[in-house]
Design a protein around this ligand. Structure first.
Ligand code: CTP
Length: 403
């Protein structure tokens, strides 16, 4: 799967002959899992129809500041379009549009959207070879790059004029792979391996019963997604959970019991750079698993329990280069207990969630955490979605993790 999967990509089409290739570019982005909207300059509609691009992108295509619908005139909000985008890709970008972008001219919807964009902007120049080499074009390209825009260089080949040389818009496949590589190279966890545990464990009593807990696995899955979005290769060791994940950078390893989780984690720990143990591992397991279903022969049944191995503590003992993060779920003396765990288990960070906080903990989509580092610095966060909490946790890790 591609790094653009799940991302919102706004494609800006300007009036170059290469505009006909944008139909294929939209398909490539869609195939890569991105959401696409298209904004066109009015003149570009002579080269490719809005109907083609709206059909392929599954979204309306806009090229003017307002659209007439029946008796109404609807404003096409360029600010909304720009804010929707995770990435703005202007392809083909003609000499005319590049010049206007470089100078802040704003005489069409595409340019207004560009000026409103806060996201990364890529542009793929397309023009004849002499235009591409012209000093004013070169100045504009330099200027645009100095503003933080990223150029997808034109390629060499046959041009619409019949001449041969540099100036052809990069082929759609090359535009996609350029953007993927560029996004990846800027990600802070690129090349890092991250091990994450999630969910509960189930400890068998007999063939049909187990001891478990209410953990849904959501927090761990959100951490895995965030790690992958930051460019890491993720091993997600999950106990039984209904959560789903589909990301090229996440390898999911399903386990059931604490013993299985211990084994799976130790298989990957040596080569990982960061380990985050968010699983709610059972602290006890039945000393013996009955081979047949236990019958209700007596009014009282006592099951002897034995402690499971503490996976986090075992990683703390073996720790070499790894940055180790644990979780603590507490009901009383929260800070003190969490700090105790942090030092006892040789952690670099601990994420404390208190069951006393409404909206935090098991089966919730929100969480309220305090993050404590090895120097006992505490950072308290507000109640947030678990997706946002995962981002906070990685921000705190990135402030302290130095490869
Ligand atoms: N943990 C683990 N293996 C276990 C138990 C816990 O790896 N057998 C990890 C959890 O994934 C979590 C951390 O230890 O990151 C803290 O879990 P918690 O249950 O809060 O604490 P315990 O260390 O088990 O201590 P106690 O139950 O006494 O509070």
């Amino acid at each position: 799967m591609s790094v653009v999967s799940g991302k919102n990509i706004l494609l800006g089409v300007t009036a170059g002959i290469a505009a006909y290739k944008t139909a294929y570019l939209v398909r490539l982005f869609i195939k890569a899992g991105a959401h696409i909207k298209v904004v066109m300059t009015p003149a570009s509609k002579d080269f490719v129809t809005p109907l083609t691009l709206s059909t392929l992108s599954k979204n309306p295509v806009h090229s003017t500041f307002y659209t007439k619908e029946d008796e109404n005139e609807l404003w096409n909000n360029h600010v909304d379009l720009a804010l929707w985008a995770d990435y703005f890709v202007i392809a083909p970008a003609t000499a005319n549009t590049l010049s206007k972008m470089a100078n802040g001219t704003c005489d069409n919807l595409l340019l207004a959207t560009y000026l409103s964009a806060k996201c990364k902007v890529y542009f793929a120049p397309a023009m004849d070879l002499d235009m591409y080499k012209h000093s004013s074009t070169l100045d504009n390209l330099k200027k645009l790059e100095s503003y933080g825009n990223v150029m997808i260089p034109a390629e060499s080949g046959e041009l619409a004029s019949g001449l041969h040389g540099e100036g052809r818009m990069a082929e759609p496949e090359n535009i996609l792979s350029f953007i993927e590589k560029e996004i990846l190279s800027g990600l802070p966890l690129k090349g890092k391996k991250i091990l994450i545990t999630a969910g509960p464990t189930h400890e068998a009593i007999d063939p049909v019963r187990f001891i478990g807990n209410h953990s849904s696995g959501k927090m761990g899955f959100e951490l895995a997604k965030e790690a992958a979005n930051l460019g890491a290769e993720v091993i997600l060791v999950s106990g039984p959970s209904n959560e789903n994940v589909n990301h090229a950078f996440i390898e999911r390893v399903d386990v059931i019991s604490a013993d299985q989780m211990y084994k799976a984690v130790h298989q990957h720990y040596k080569v990982c750079d960061i380990a985050i143990l968010s699983a709610a591992v059972a602290d006890f397991k039945p000393s013996n698993i009955a081979s047949n279903k236990i019958k209700k022969k007596s009014a009282v049944l006592a099951i002897e329990l034995t402690q499971t191995k503490d996976i986090l503590a075992s990683l703390g003992k073996e720790k070499k280069h790894q940055f180790l993060v644990g979780f603590a779920l507490e009901t009383n003396n929260e800070l003190e207990n969490a700090k105790g765990k942090l030092h006892r288990k040789n952690l670099d960070l601990i994420v404390l969630n208190s069951l006393n906080d409404e909206g935090a903990g098991f089966k919730k989509t929100t969480n309220k955490v305090t993050i404590i580092d090895a120097e006992d610095n505490c950072t308290e966060f507000k109640m947030k979605s678990k997706t946002a909490v995962a981002k906070d946790i990685f921000n705190e890790i990135l402030k302290r993790y130095h490869a």
